[in-house]
Design a protein around this ligand. Structure first.
Ligand code: DC
Length: 218
């Protein structure tokens, strides 16, 4: 069984998807982490962010693997190295949407996501899971929240991770990513017609998880 969870940055998708997967005993696949891992490699290799050809080549020659530890936490491996923490750096967040808009890069990730999702029951979170990656997913959810609330959550998350970002930095980054992710030509962020829409602005994580569990008929 595939549970698809899509929505914009900061809406709470990853936290919800992770808890849900743990409760159900499903594999948790954070597809944004894959784009982040590739972005890390692009930056580490000093590749120009506008050099599409080089980025595509790199994507085709990169090993990205996602694993869940016994606590259900996500481990992201890039060419065999654990990069789970590094991919959350603001520097990666700033450039990831530029990498994720490239069609050929998306094709590489799509193949990987489908391969992982077919291994066993899984919860996948991203932007195009219900529309493109698994359009036949048994259950689809679109998790949203007001811009102000998403900004507050992202800012809090980054501060808690120890990054000295300003609210203005996070705001401009979020606006920029929202724009690129929802207007790009290939697999833009949008709600699948058959996805359940959940506005989490006034909801706690636990409430969202429970709402999803209620709507799954088991
Ligand atoms: O969920 P996140 O913030 O970690 O995702 C990082 C970026 O990756 C996001 O700005 C857009 C891109 N992304 C995507 O294009 N498609 C997905 N399925 C997941 C993420």
């Amino acid at each position: 069984m595939i549970i698809a969870i899509d929505g914009p940055s900061g809406a709470g998708k990853s936290t919800v998807a992770k808890i849900l997967a743990k409760r159900l005993g499903f594999l948790y696949i954070d597809t944004g982490a894959m784009y982040r891992a590739l972005t890390l490699k692009v930056l580490k290799n000093n590749i120009d962010i506008n050099d599409k050809e080089k980025i595509i080549q790199l994507a085709r020659n990169t090993q990205i693997d996602l694993k869940n530890d016994p606590e259900g936490n996500l481990l992201v491996c890039l060419d065999g190295q654990d990069v789970s923490l590094q991919i959350r750096q603001p520097q990666i967040t700033r450039f990831v949407s530029e990498i994720a808009r490239i069609k050929e890069v998306r094709q590489v990730m799509l193949d990987l996501q489908r391969k992982l999702g077919r291994k066993r029951d899984a919860v996948l979170d991203g932007r195009d899971i219900g529309t493109v990656v698994f359009p036949d997913a048994e259950k689809k959810f679109y998790i949203d929240a007001d811009f102000k609330e998403r900004l507050r959550r992202r800012y809090k998350e980054l501060r808690e991770l120890g990054y000295k970002v300003t609210l203005e930095d996070v705001e401009s980054d979020l606006k920029n990513r929202d724009k690129i992710d929802s207007t790009r030509e290939f697999a833009p962020l949008r709600k699948a017609e058959d996805a359940v829409y959940i506005d989490t602005t006034q909801m706690s994580i636990e409430e969202v998880v429970n709402k999803i569990l209620e709507s799954l008929s088991f």
